[in-house]
Design a protein around this ligand. Structure first.
Ligand code: FAD
Ligand code: DHB
Length: 390
């Protein structure tokens, strides 16, 4: 098989890229190690920045999002000193986020990719990438027990944090920036009426978050240990913690838990995001703790830059944008890393914090409560910084 751009991974990064390339008339093939059913049910992020919503519409996959996506013009942060209302629309001004599950984004992108005749191989696992410094790099993969290769002009490594693309780059040319937070999130989906506002809580027992997936579906998270054992969290214990950390003015409604999972908290950035004819995008190049809801949105921003660079190359032969891909993306990536770290540090309980550090955290929250300038900074980053490629 031969294609212009071989895409490894059908997460948000790979799927958005495929759509953008098709629009630009560039031929591509997507290889995905999991089944279609599995990736369409994998529960992850849920907050879309306006630029990501716009991208869904631009690639013609935004119809259901328009109907079912839940526009979110504000968020609340609760702490011992009160409730900080961050009115995104007023502070940004006019910008909001939209709550829509990542698996719905993936479902919609796959459906319109397939409908338009796009090429995607499910249960096709990339085993390794070869010839990255040659004109004809290729992807070795296995499907139905048979090994094969795809010859490409370029390879897009969109295979997430545990994929094969990043390890295909020699360690000697990479710089790695890594910070592991000493806790995780236990996330659930519950068939119950959610809070109307996105609500983050800094509580002495630990962080909690109340989001939603529909008028009768709540998405809730509690801070837990980094290496938490889910068996130690029967439903009653999860509800008890959620009530304690989120309770107060509003009563949290309980319902049937239909999904439970643990997310580790880590910031990780690799530099550069490219090597020879391989370009990394999304989680394969960087991950952020989910507190700022940035992971999926960063993946979309990367491939927007990458698609423009491929488009320029195939139209004009110029490598200018391709050469600057990593540099351009990393500027925006680091801003999201900074913001995600800030919110994570602000909202979680750190066992190792001294009384001094606890006071600082509390004072920062008091400052947000009383300063419009501070709330504006949070809002501006939450709704998302603009895409830039120059
Ligand atoms: P992925 O979505 O990981 O997609 C990569 C794809 O590549 C996958 O489909 C994978 O199956 C495939 N793949 C891997 N290896 C191979 C291979 N060898 N061959 C072929 N295919 C391969 N972000 C938030 O903002 N908020 C959240 O609440 C949140 N929760 C998360 C929970 C979990 C458990 C995880 C893992 C992430 C979470 N994130 C969250 C982050 C967000 O989901 C990611 O940033 C986003 O999925 C990145 O998209 P991506 O396309 O780069 O990678
Ligand atoms: C959701 C996830 C996040 O990481 C976040 O910061 C807010 C909401 C969610 O799953 O809805």
């Amino acid at each position: 098989m031969r294609t212009q751009v071989g895409i490894v991974g059908a997460g948000p990064a790979g799927l958005f890229l495929a759509h953008l390339l098709r629009r630009a008339g560039v031929d591509c093939v997507i290889l995905e190690s999991r089944s279609r059913d599995y990736i369409e049910k994998r529960v992850r992020a849920g907050v879309l920045e306006q630029t990501t919503v716009n991208l869904m519409h631009e690639v013609g996959a935004g119809e259901r999002l328009k109907r079912e996506g839940m526009p979110d013009p504000l968020l609340d942060i609760r702490f011992a000193g009160g409730i900080i209302h961050i009115d995104l629309k007023e502070l940004t001004p006019g910008k909001i986020v939209t709550v829509y599950g990542q698996q719905e984004v993936v479902k919609d992108l796959i459906a319109s990719w397939v409908k338009g005749g796009g090429s995607i191989e499910f249960e096709a696992e990339a085993l390794g990438l070869d010839g990255l410094n040659s004109e004809r790099p290729n992807i070795r993969y296995r499907k139905n027990g048979r090994e094969d290769t795809i010859e490409c002009d370029f390879i897009a490594g969109c295979d997430g944090f545990h994929g094969v693309s990043r390890p295909a780059i020699p360690e000697s040319v990479l710089s790695i920036y890594d910070r592991i937070f000493p806790f995780g999130w236990l996330g659930i989906i519950s068939e119950s009426t959610p809070f109307p506002e996105m609500t983050y809580a800094n509580h002495e027992r630990g962080f909690a978050l109340a989001s939603r997936r529909g008028p009768h579906i709540a998405r809730l998270y509690v801070q837990c240990a980094a290496d938490e054992d889910l068996n130690l969290w029967p439903d009653a214990r999860i509800w008890d913690e959620l009530h304690k950390r989120l309770g107060g003015a509003r009563k949290l409604t309980e319902g049937k838990m239909v999904q439970k999972g643990i997310t580790p908290m880590r910031s990780f950035v690799v530099e550069p995001m490219q090597h020879g004819r391989l370009f990394l995008a999304g989680d394969s190049a960087h991950i952020v703790p989910p507190t700022g809801a940035k992971g999926l949105n960063l993946a979309a921003a990367d491939v927007w830059v990458l698609a423009r660079a491929f488009d320029e190359f195939f139209r004009t032969g110029s490598r200018k944008r391709l050469e600057r891909y990593s540099e351009v993306c990393l500027k925006r990536v680091w801003k999201a890393v900074r913001y995600s770290s800030y919110l994570t540090s602000l909202l979680h309980r750190f066992e190792q914090h001294t009384p001094f550090e606890r006071q600082l955290q509390h004072t920062e929250l008091e400052y947000l409560l009383n300063s419009k300038a501070a709330r504006t900074t949070v809002a501006e980053n939450y709704v998302g910084l603009p895409f830039v490629d120059d």
